[in-house]
Design a protein around this ligand. Structure first.
Ligand SMILES: Nc1nc2c(ncn2[C@@H]2O[C@H](COP(=O)(O)OP(=O)(O)OP(=O)(O)O)[C@@H](O)[C@H]2O)c(=O)[nH]1
Ligand SMILES: [Mg+2]
Length: 216
């Protein structure tokens, strides 16, 4: 009983900060994309490809969440895009308070599009609204096509599902049709993208969609 109350308080506190973040983003005209996946599905790779495609068109910034290391923010920094690393220690997700701490920095760099790469995890991020416009989940061709059924909550919160590493499909038993069918069981409104951050196949449709939803 005590545990449940503490959890409710944590989530209520998160919701309060998320609402403040949301108002801030709306006021400043910033579109915010919260990118979620299991470890290694290709979040940073997709961020890199997205930045490369849109950097001439729009000001962007990135927040990187990881338990440890600044590896990902160094990858983004190499592209010359403003980036902030949040190192969470033992926390398996970003929360709205952490993003709230970045608001002054976000104002300084004044992006039109802010991409938040969440900590690699399909479970915990689903409970923590950050004030974003959209959640996008990535699943890669090596993870098994049953994952939307086993980890339904994040798929339910997502506007789009990116199926990455399609260059590896010939070497796996992953079925794109099966993963789409399973994902639609938990969220019939999902938009799908099949792509490879390695070969670039399918990236154009993804970039067009980002431009469309973000009004860029
Ligand atoms: N073959 C193939 N490999 C890919 C593709 N996209 C990413 N990778 C590789 O997958 C590995 C993990 O990619 P990342 O982009 O670091 O994945 P991530 O989701 O950001 O990882 P974490 O932040 O640690 O959770 C790297 O070795 C990438 O080069 C792809 O489309 N095809
Ligand atoms: Mg990463």
């Amino acid at each position: 009983m005590h545990d449940i109350l503490v959890e409710e308080e944590v989530l209520a506190e998160n919701e309060r900060f998320a609402r403040e973040n949301r108002s801030h983003f709306v006021e400043k005209g910033i579109f915010v994309l919260n990118l979620v996946s299991s470890p290694g599905a290709g979040k940073t790779s997709l961020v890199e490809r997205t930045l490369e495609a849109l950097r001439e068109r729009v000001r962007m910034a990135v927040i990187e969440g990881d338990l440890a290391t600044d590896n990902d923010s160094r990858r983004i920094g190499r592209l010359g895009i403003p980036v902030r690393q949040i190192t969470t220690g033992r926390a398996c997700h970003l929360d709205a308070h952490m993003i709230h701490h970045c608001l002054d920095w976000i104002d300084e760099v004044a992006p039109r599009l802010l991409i938040i790469e969440n900590v690699g995890n399909l479970v915990c991020p689903s409970d923590f609204y950050l004030g974003e416009d959209v959640v996008v989940t990535i699943i890669s061709a090596t993870e098994g096509d049953d994952k939307p059924l086993k980890y339904p909550f994040i798929f339910r919160k997502s506007k789009a599902l990116v199926i990455n590493k399609i260059d590896l499909l010939p070497y796996t038993d992953f079925s794109v049709e099966a993963v789409k069918g399973n994902a639609l069981v938990v969220n019939p409104h999902l938009t799908f993208f099949e792509l490879s951050c390695r070969t670039g196949e399918g990236l154009e449709r993804w970039i067009d969609w980002v431009k469309e939803v973000a009004g860029l």
